[in-house]
Design a protein around this ligand. Structure first.
Ligand SMILES: [Fe+2]
Length: 234
């Protein structure tokens, strides 16, 4: 998959400049306020399980599909860590303390449309390009998009002294992702020489994933609380 490196790096450089990533790293903003968008992530974090399911094919025993399954397995339960963190962060409890009907209404509101659309679109891509090669391309693209988010988030959580307390946003997840990539890099890459068509489609898929994530990150940025809203009530 080395042929994807250039396009992934180029798209990552742009996504890292998104309003959300810049906001998470903005030292002029109160660190706690920079976590205020976290409830807006819920549909994506839970929906990521369905994206991973769409990438699975248990009837395919090829080496490349087995690699796909290994990637899916390692991420399949991380949503539980996100739910733990919602309980641990004041902003998360804001969502959990809402009356249930209100919480669902918020998650499915027009404001959160881009987040839902990212999940639907990733599933659509996975179900349309159904070969282990394209599934690996999608996994590479998804991991690349999320690395743009993780870098400023892990730094922020460290600053807040929450790296041990938080699971999804803290050290446990960080180590799980890091040890996972080391393990996978240690494995021999299944041999697959992509055709010219596959090259072109792979670039298309990467752009599709990054475009969707850009819209979702903008949506999360819009969901952050302003400094005004963060001020304790008199
Ligand atoms: Fe993960």
């Amino acid at each position: 998959m080395d042929f994807l490196d250039d396009i992934l790096e180029e798209r990552k450089a742009h996504l890292s400049q998104s309003m959300l990533c810049t906001f998470m790293a903005d030292a002029r903003v109160d660190p706690k306020q920079r976590l205020s968008f976290i409830p807006a992530m819920i549909f994506f974090t839970m929906g990521f399980r369905d994206i991973l399911s769409a990438l699975r094919d248990n009837s395919d025993k090829s080496a490349l599909q087995l690699t796909v399954h290994r990637h899916c397995d390692k991420d399949a339960f991380h949503w539980q860590w996100y739910l733990d963190d919602l309980e641990a962060i004041e902003h998360g409890r804001r969502l959990l303390c809402l009356p249930t009907a209100q919480a669902f209404t918020d998650v499915w509101s027009p404001l959160n449309h881009a987040t839902r659309e990212t999940v639907y679109h990733a599933i659509h891509l996975a179900k349309t390009w159904r070969t282990p090669f394209y599934r690996m391309v999608l996994i590479r693209a998804l991991e690349a998009t999320f690395s743009c988010f993780n870098e400023p988030m892990y730094t922020l959580v460290d600053q807040l002294g929450l790296a041990e307390r938080l699971h999804y946003f803290g050290r446990i997840h960080r180590h799980a992702e890091a040890s996972h990539s080391t393990t996978l890099t240690g494995l021999p890459d299944p041999v697959h020489s992509p055709t010219e068509d596959e090259h072109a489609t792979a670039s298309f898929l990467v752009h599709q994933v990054f475009d969707a994530f850009r819209r979702m990150f903008d949506c999360w940025y819009a969901a952050r609380l302003s400094s005004q809203a963060m001020r304790p009530a008199a």
